[in-house]
Design a protein around this ligand. Sequence first.
Ligand code: RFL
Ligand code: PHB
Length: 389
Amino acid sequence: MKTQVAIVGAGPAGLLLGHLLRAEGIDCVVVERQTGDYVLSRIRAGVLERITVELMEQLGLDVRLRAEGLVEEGFNLADGERLIRIDVANLTGKTVVVYGQTEITRDLMDAAAPRGLEVIYEAGDVALHDIDSEAPFLTYAKDGVSQRIDARFIVGCDGFHGPSRQAIPASVGRSFERVYPFGWLGILADVPPCNEELIYANHERGFALASMRSHTRSRYYIDVPLTEKIEDWSDDRIWDELAVRLGPDAAARITRGPSIEKSIAPLRSFVFEPMRYGSLLLCGDAAHIVPPTGAKGLNLAASDVHYAAAALSGFFKRGDADAVAGYSEKALARVWKAERFSWSLTKLMHRFPDDGPFERRMQVAELDYIATSRAAQQTIAENYVGLPV
Ligand code: RFL
Ligand code: PHB
């Protein structure tokens, strides 16, 4: 098979890019290792920045998002019994939208066939070849038969563990990494949320986050040591812990219910440079990971895709090779700022095992400053809604 752009991975990054390219009349094919159902079963992000909403809008795929998404005008930082509200709408004139990654992916998946976007699921052994040439190609196995896709560009949207980043020679790439000494235990349940706006809590027993997917579906997280096993966390134990860490006001409003999903995810900051090598571009988690504090991961994938689509459209529509050459620098400038925000909010809201009384006083001082300074709140708010693309 021959195409203009071969995309590896049908997560949100790969599907968004595929749709944006098809809308420009550029040929592309997406290859995905898993089944569509498996991709939809991964419970992940819940908070969308402007850029992510705008891309769905640009594609005319925002009907359900507009109808079902919850517009959030602010969020809260809790420290013991104190609650600091960040009035995002007032401070920035913008809002974020609560709408699950699963729903975005479903909307993109449902529109693929009608819009002529070919997605090949259950593609095994995907490998990238000749990425330093102008004629790169992918090989994969489907139903036991080996297949090949020739393209002008390959875009790696295959997440942190995919083969694309690994295809770049070690001598030209550089990784920056910070692994955190805890993970987030998440629980999804069909119960009304305890609060209309998100609450990120720093409690002496650890971190907690109250989030949601809708008025009837809640998403909560607590941080746990990486040695913890999910089997040791009954639903009751999780609800008890949330009630303590979120503080008495929120606790009084928590509705408990059986979990429909629970899992532990490790926290990591990671950036790979460059995000382009030869005819290969990387987008989303394939190139970088943020800890989930601040909800940046999916949104960064969306801004990468926005830059990549513009660069590829420049190449195919106007013969502009510079656009592709400049992709990495442009994308990384925004990536590093989101990395900084996610890292600083993670440091502010979690108790690290090595922290002593000094580090705790620093957290309290910073939270005091945020509570009383409009400038500090504005800094947080403008990062939370997403920096300009
Ligand atoms: P994905 O979603 O991992 O998709 C990559 C796709 O590539 C496929 N793949 C392959 N395909 C072919 N061949 C191979 N060899 C392949 N290897 C992998 C995979 O099967 C998959 O379908 O990456 P993408 O598209 O870059 O999207 C990134 C986001 O998924 C991620 O950044 C966010 O989910 C992070 N994240 C959050 N981001 C936000 O913006 N807001 C949030 O509120 C938020 N909350 C979260 C999160 C991530 C979490 N976890 C579990 C990691 C909460 C959690 C708990
Ligand atoms: C979520 O709803 O899953 C969520 C919300 C905010 C975050 C991370 C995850 O910072």
